[in-house]
Ligand binder design. Structure first.
Ligand code: PHE
Length: 339
C-alpha cells in the first residue's frame, strides 16, 4: 500500500495541464467523492494498528500534495485569464487604423485660407441664418431693389427679416461693424439659394469672401492680389477683369482666369474659350462703408467673392456638384492624403 501511495504522490507532483477540463478530471480522480483518497481512507480502516500511523501520514501527504497542485494550477490559470481578459490574444495582429480623408470642399478652402494668410489676411465667420440688414440692406440692396431677385432667397418661415444668407458678403458687413481699418479678412462659409438642383448648381454651396480696407487702397491693389491668388491656387497668372455690376461694389468686375485649351476637358470646361469665370469683385461702395460705420472719405477698399464648390470640381476633375453633398464614402475616400 505504501508503494502505491508513493506512486500516487509522484503522479500528483508530475501533473500538469492548461485546460480546466483536465484539471477537473484530476480533482475528481484524487479528491472526488469516489476518488483515490476516499478509497485510501476507507482501506486504512482495514490495516493493522501498527501500520496505521505510517500509512495514515502517507495518505495525508498525498492529500496535501493533491490540494497544493490543484490550487497552484488554478492560480496560474486565473492570472493568465486576467491578462487575456485585459488584452485579448496578445499574438493577434493589431486592428488596422483607418486613415480618414478631408472633404474636397475643406481641402480647397484650406488652400485658399493658406494662400491669403501669407499676405496678412485673417479668417472671419458669420451666421448662416442672417437678417435682412446684413445680407441685403447694409450692402446697398434696400427693399424692392431689383438686384435682390438675382439671389433667390430662402426665408425662415414667414418672417421676411430672417433668411438663409445668400452670400458671404454678409460677413463683410459684420466684420466692418466690429472692426476698424486696416482690415484684411477672408470669410469662408456655406450659402443658400433657392435654385433647381442639377449637376452644375445646388441650393447650397460655399463661398470665400475677401475684404481689404485701408487708406489709399486702389483697384491696382485688387488686381495684384487676384493675380497672386490665381497663380498660387491654379498655377495660372493670366487673368482678365470684365466690367460687371454688384450693388455693394463700384466699380465691379467679374474675374476670369486663362485656363488654356490644351485638352478636351479644357475645351469642355471653358466652352471653347480657354477662359474660366472664378469670382466677382470690386471696390467697396462708399455707401456700404458708411452703413458699417467706416469713414468713406478716409478709407477705401476692395472685396471679392468666389464659389469654392466649382473650384473643387475644377481642381479635382469632378463632373457633378451633387457628389459634394451625397457623402458617398467611395467618393470621399479618394481624397485621402490631401490637407
Ligand atoms: N457676393 C457676390 C456673389 O455672391 C460676390 C461678390 C463679393 C462680388 C464681393 C463683389 C464683391 O455673387
Amino acid at each position: 500500500m505504501q508503494d502505491q501511495i508513493n506512486k500516487y504522490i509522484d503522479e500528483v507532483k508530475g501533473f500538469a495541464t492548461e485546460t480546466a477540463d483536465e484539471l477537473e478530471a484530476f480533482r475528481i480522480k484524487f479528491l472526488g467523492k469516489k476518488g483515490i483518497l476516499r478509497g485510501l481512507y476507507s482501506d486504512l480502516k482495514e490495516v493493522s494498528a501498527d501500520q496505521k500511523r505510517d500509512l495514515g501520514q502517507a495518505i495525508n501527504a498525498l492529500r496535501q500534495a493533491a490540494d497544493e497542485k490543484l490550487q497552484e494550477i488554478k492560480d496560474s490559470m486565473e492570472s493568465q485569464s486576467t491578462v487575456q481578459g485585459q488584452f485579448g490574444d496578445l499574438s493577434r495582429p493589431g486592428n488596422p487604423l483607418h486613415v480618414g480623408s478631408r472633404h474636397p470642399i475643406s481641402i480647397v478652402k484650406n488652400r485658399i485660407i493658406e494662400i491669403f494668410s501669407r499676405i496678412g489676411f485673417n479668417v472671419s465667420e458669420g451666421p448662416e441664418i442672417e437678417d435682412d440688414w446684413h445680407n441685403f440692406t447694409a450692402l446697398n440692396l434696400p427693399e424692392y431693389h431689383p438686384a435682390r431677385d438675382m439671389q433667390d432667397t430662402f426665408f425662415i418661415q414667414t418672417d421676411p427679416d430672417i433668411l438663409l444668407r445668400t452670400h458671404t458678403s454678409s460677413v463683410q458687413v459684420r466684420y466692418m461693424e466690429n472692426n476698424q481699418p486696416p482690415i484684411r479678412t477672408i470669410s469662408p462659409g456655406r450659402v443658400y439659394r433657392n435654385e433647381a438642383i442639377s449637376a452644375r448648381s445646388h441650393c447650397f454651396f460655399h463661398q470665400v469672401e475677401g475684404l481689404y480696407i485701408d487708406k489709399d487702397v486702389s483697384f491696382a491693389d485688387l488686381k495684384q492680389t487676384l493675380q497672386y491668388f490665381t497663380t498660387e491656387l491654379f498655377g495660372k497668372s493670366k487673368i482678365r477683369l470684365r466690367p460687371s455690376y454688384f450693388p455693394f461694389t463700384e466699380p465691379s468686375a467679374e474675374v476670369d482666369v486663362y485656363w488654356g485649351l490644351e485638352t478636351e476637358t479644357d475645351y469642355r470646361m471653358t466652352k471653347g474659350t480657354g477662359w474660366l469665370e472664378i469670382m466677382g469683385c470690386g471696390m467697396v461702395d462708399p455707401n456700404v462703408l458708411e452703413n458699417c460705420g467706416i469713414d468713406s472719405k478716409e478709407y477705401s477698399g476692395f472685396a471679392f467673392g468666389m464659389g469654392i464648390d466649382r473650384i473643387a470640381l475644377l481642381l479635382h476633375q469632378i463632373s457633378d456638384i451633387r457628389m459634394l453633398s451625397e457623402n458617398d464614402i467611395r467618393f470621399l475616400q479618394q481624397f485621402k492624403g490631401s490637407l
